[in-house]
Design a protein around this ligand. Structure first.
Ligand code: ADP
Length: 270
């Protein structure tokens, strides 16, 4: 054995680990910087718009009541956009800090899907989109999950299917049972997503550069929230899409064991 060589190896190994640590910290730092610059950018757009409409309304020459009304409406839409952004930011930071734990309960996934569909019925009609529930088992399948958070996942995915859907099109929600999981899919026949964007779709603030997503201007956080919730359940989410034809977002859930009608029969002593 060569003690000098051993020490040299140890020092090299130590330096390698330190370098990895530093690289990791640098990456985190860059991530934080990007996140903050994204947030300020996202806030600027609606704020500047509101400022513009207020200035126009302050203009003494503005006598056209209809125009004034339109400006107020537009300012109000931008205020809504800021509120959504704050709500989503609050949600994602809570999720990421682990502040809101996953609260598992056993419930029928079919019931939850129906509930969410009912709550979105009016919005669907505003977009002229028909919702279709494709279920094989009427009685419903039990899953083990955080009901409220999965409700949010469904709302975000179905809401996206309206935003990026087709006028007069449809959104199908399907439930499939796998071995010990349930697969829930939300399928639209809308604008679809270019293949090159698919791997980045669930990143915070990521939007495909179609004019449609810029125009619609959501928070860009909906899918990041969805992914977070599903991964916190140790389940998976994925997307497949064909540009111009539509997209399918699918996520899995843990199937719950159906309880027996008399679960507490004590074992007989032999
Ligand atoms: P946003 O608030 O922009 O909708 P999301 O995180 O929900 O943010 O979605 C990110 C981006 O993914 C959207 O801006 C859009 O470009 C794309 N996207 C999401 N859902 C769909 C869909 N069903 N069809 C086509 N594109 C979609």
């Amino acid at each position: 054995a060569d003690p000098i060589n051993d020490v040299e190896q140890e020092v090299k190994e130590w330096a390698r680990l330190k370098k990895m640590e530093i690289d990791d910290l640098k990456k985190q730092e860059k991530f934080r910087r990007d996140f903050l610059s994204n947030i300020s950018h996202e806030f600027k757009t609606p704020l500047f718009a509101i400022q513009g409409y207020i200035e126009a309304l302050q203009d003494d020459d503005l006598e056209d009541k209809d125009l004034a009304h339109q400006f107020l409406n537009k300012a109000s839409k931008n205020v809504d956009r800021l509120s959504y952004l704050i709500k989503d930011l609050d949600e994602i930071s809570k999720l990421e800090s682990g502040e809101i734990p996953i609260n598992y309960t056993k419930f029928r996934i079919n019931d939850l899907v129906k509930e969410v569909m009912d709550s979105l019925e009016f919005k669907a009609s505003q977009h002229n989109i028909k919702m279709i529930f494709k279920q094989k088992y009427d009685e419903g399948i039990f899953v083990n999950a955080d009901r409220q958070k999965i409700q949010q996942v469904l709302v975000n995915l179905i809401d996206n299917s309206f935003k990026y859907g087709k006028d007069g099109g449809s959104t199908a929600i399907s439930i499939f049972t796998l071995h010990d999981q349930v697969l829930v899919e939300v399928t639209d026949d809308g604008i679809g997503i270019e293949e090159k964007f698919l791997p980045r779709l669930f990143e915070r603030f990521f939007r495909t550069d179609t004019s449609r997503s810029r125009q619609i201007g959501g928070s860009g956080l909906g899918l990041a929230i969805v992914k977070h919730i599903i991964e916190a359940h140790q389940q998976t989410i994925n997307v497949r899409s064909t540009e111009g034809l539509g997209s399918t977002f699918g996520f899995t859930l843990q199937k719950a064991k159906q309880s027996l009608p008399f679960p507490n029969i004590p074992a007989l002593k032999s």
